[in-house]
Design a protein around this ligand. Structure first.
Ligand code: M6R
Length: 357
């Protein structure tokens, strides 16, 4: 039920801090440490390479997950869009593990890949919000998101839940493989949940930004580098699916290789600059686009911010910034959809779960 909320999407955006806390609880053992079932851990640690298979927003969460598996657990990881994988399969490693990420657990494109890899005899793990869903039933292992039902077509809380759960998977695998912990994940996820709450309380500010940057526009760009690049893809998808504004997310460094030709007077560019290591580069990209007339909205983090940045999120661990930086982007899209009189929860031409290939 959406209760007093005008839309499910807004309710689901608001639920994110509680979802993150529930996930921490769900995967915390009696000693306070993160834990997973032994078989799941076994599957992860046996793999010499992980193949993440997903569609849409879930594939964007997968891109963040790849960073966790590689950087925390030292497992090489590839992310594939499920609709492409079936007929364009890469050369597989000797001991692959297939991880399917799907909120609904019913996405036909992903299921088709699952059927194929099962035939080939490879192990599979599904990360899903729906226990008993097709992908969960048909794969060897399941890890649940605990996000509660997601009704709005635009995925919000499932995305943050997927990122948190993937971080937990990677961190548990790292521990069993004897990789030294780089940070206290439980502690840092708690800090991130509080930061998400802070951003959710800044709705009025996000509505103003949405109005200032998107009121009249037909298109918008999202740029970032590293972690921020993954989130820029998600920001663009959210905006196009519910407001019908043509939006593109891309790596800041790619601007000069083509996209910059599209920048005109007043083109909105949302630039994510939460990563200290690439902050100077992305700010350089912002200069390139503003010199050509773009209107830039810089999103940075306490500690990476500079005067004039329009959105500054609270400081969180650099690997967990996607959990927080996506919140203002979700809200900006929500208000753009609302201001344009679009159907926020049921955008045209879209279904919540795509059960056809
Ligand atoms: O249920 P799934 O996670 O498998 O769904 C995948 C995509 O269809 C889904 O994420 C879609 O992109 C969302 N509508 C995006 O908000």
């Amino acid at each position: 039920e959406k209760g007093t909320y005008p839309h499910y999407m807004l309710k689901e955006i608001d639920e994110q801090p509680a979802v993150l806390r529930k996930i921490i609880q769900a995967y915390q053992g009696p000693d306070g440490n993160l834990q997973l079932e032994d078989e799941t851990i076994g599957a992860l640690t046996r793999a010499d390479r992980i193949y993440i298979i997903a569609a849409g927003t879930s594939s964007h969460a997968g891109l963040v997950g790849k960073e966790y598996f590689e950087k925390l657990a030292g497992i090489p990881t590839e992310v594939h869009i499920s609709s492409e994988f079936g007929y364009n399969m890469p050369l597989l490693s000797e001991r692959p593990l297939f991880i399917f990420i799907s909120q609904s657990g019913e996405t036909a494109d992903s299921r088709q890949v699952l059927v194929k890899v099962k035939e080939m005899g490879h192990p599979s793990l599904t990360v899903t919000n729906v226990a008993g869903s097709t992908l969960s039933r048909e794969s060897d292992y399941t890890v649940l998101l605990h996000a509660g039902p997601e009704i709005a077509v635009a995925s919000t809380k499932a995305y943050t839940a997927q990122i948190a759960v993937l971080a937990i998977l990677a961190s548990c695998a790292a521990e069993v493989k004897g990789h030294p912990a780089q940070f206290d994940l439980v502690h840092e996820l708690g800090i991130a949940a509080t930061a998400v709450e802070t951003m959710i309380d800044r709705k009025e500010e996000m509505e103003t930004i949405s109005f200032d940057f998107l009121e009249m526009t037909r298109n918008a760009f999202f740029i970032g580098r590293g972690m921020d690049y993954h989130v820029s893809l998600e920001g663009a998808l959210k905006l196009k699916e519910i407001s019908y504004i043509q939006a593109e997310g891309f790596a800041g460094g790619e601007l000069k290789h083509g996209t910059i030709a599209l920048i005109e007077e007043g083109t909105p560019v949302f630039a994510l600059a939460t990563q200290a290591a690439v902050s100077a580069n992305i700010r350089g990209n912002v200069k390139e686009v503003t010199a050509r007339g773009a209107k830039a909205c810089i999103l940075s983090m306490e500690g990476t911010e500079e005067a004039g940045d329009r959105i500054v999120i609270p400081a969180v661990h650099p690997m967990l910034t996607p959990l927080v930086s996506v919140i203002p982007l979700q809200l900006i899209s929500y208000y753009a959809s609302l201001h344009r009189g679009c159907d926020v929860d049921q955008p045209r031409n879209l279904a919540k779960s795509v059960t056809v290939e």
